[in-house]
Design a protein around this ligand. Structure first.
Ligand code: SF4
Length: 375
């Protein structure tokens, strides 16, 4: 796999999707069987992955099994939860304690680890010793929103590799610059992004949105730049991405990326978790057999739109989405401000609508760009 590649697998079966990605990437090639391989999920809080905060253990299980089958025996799973939670609780509640026992892989609680000072260009960071002792680091972040930085994915997940004291210091420094600095200190050899049902806005979960995808990358800056588009953010909304680029960690230029989709998410019609019914825009959506990846993009786009203050016209726009609209002309509705309007189609399936946003699935950023022209 090259640094400019992003490989995506859609679906809701994390174990088989992860295996499929690894079989495509072949990360075992050229790897010493005695290499110490660390797998770093996101277990920020002790809550199950379905709540949108933590990495699905099935993804980590698939990674461990894959490397074990290829002769690698020196694997560890390591994490340090956020300051308010104990990692040991998260290991248990998120299914990692059982997983470690089943696969005979050690769990390392980085909250209990020593640290070593590593000097970046602009600051020195206390990084957990166990992390600095790895030969290979596989980062398995969750693609989700974050109340301070907008989003979190590959770059910010490395914050679990520093001491609690450093985590507090990172917050006092505004997070962005230290996260970028940290990216220059910890090399990520492979990134497998859990994009199954990350939270809409909060790191600790509670509003999961089905996005039904797992994304593989080597460059954490490129991975996060792509992730920002999926969640409807501009790069300027998430400053640490371009800061990391400037510090030499990778490239934020998604236009130069080689994006490979191994499949499409057409077998898993939408099933939205209940909390999203609270969102005002949900009543603007008419869904008929929509893929979760497509519906999730629309949800993220509308969340960003409402955050930015959508005008009345857009708050009344009706959206059609799903395979059930294939070959149909779309419906009209009454907009209080503009009178009779045609509903706006989301995705290639709604090509019969007078106005539709192409893509299968479209990204939240693309939906927002289209809507901003209507605003
Ligand atoms: S455009 Fe249609 S097939 Fe494609 S992701 Fe959306 S709903 Fe699914």
């Amino acid at each position: 796999m090259q640094n400019n590649e992003l490989i995506i697998c859609y679906g809701d079966q994390p174990q088989s999707m992860t295996r499929r990605l690894l079989e495509q990437i072949k990360p075992e090639q050229g790897l010493d069987h005695n290499a110490k391989i660390g797998i770093k999920p996101n277990l920020v809080v002790p809550s199950p992955a379905e709540d949108g905060a933590t990495t699905h253990p099935e993804i980590v299980e698939a990674i461990v099994l894959y490397f074990q089958e290829h002769g690698c025996r020196n694997l560890v799973i390591l994490e340090g939860s956020w300051v308010g939670s104990k990692t040991s609780h998260a290991f248990k509640r998120c299914g990692y304690q059982a997983l470690a026992k089943k696969l005979n892989v050690p769990l390392i609680d980085l909250q209990e680890d020593d640290s070593v000072p590593l000097a970046a260009e602009c600051m020195t960071v206390q990084v957990c010793s166990q992390v600095t002792g790895l030969d290979v680091l596989i980062n398995v972040p969750v693609l989700k929103g974050h109340c301070q930085t907008g989003m979190t994915c590959a770059l910010k997940n490395m914050k679990g590799c520093i001491t609690n004291r450093e985590k507090r210091r990172f917050h006092s420094m505004g997070l962005h610059m230290p996260i970028a600095a940290l990216s220059t200190l910890i090399r990520q050899d492979l990134i497998i992004i859990d994009g199954l049902c990350g939270d809409l806005t909060f790191e600790e979960g509670g509003h999961p949105v089905a996005m039904n995808r797992i994304i593989a990358a080597k460059d954490p800056v490129l991975a996060d730049s792509y992730a920002a588009q999926l969640l409807g953010f501009d790069l300027s909304d998430v400053p640490y991405i371009q800061m990391a680029e400037k510090m030499g960690t990778g490239s934020a230029d998604v236009s130069q990326a080689l994006v490979t989709e191994l499949n499409h998410d057409q077998e898993t019609p939408v099933c939205q978790p209940k909390p999203l019914r609270d969102r005002p825009y949900v009543r603007q959506i008419e869904e008929d057999q929509a893929c979760s990846a497509c519906y999730g993009s629309l949800i993220h786009a509308l969340e960003r739109l409402y955050e930015r203050g959508a005008d009345t016209h857009l708050r009344q726009t009706q959206f059609l989405i799903g395979q059930g609209f294939k070959g149909k002309p779309g419906a009209s509705y009454q907009n209080r401000q503009h009178g009779k309007q045609q509903a706006l189609g989301i995705g290639a399936c709604t090509a019969g609508c007078k106005q539709f946003i192409p893509g299968c699935p479209p990204k939240a950023k693309e939906i927002l760009a289209f809507l901003s022209k209507l605003d």
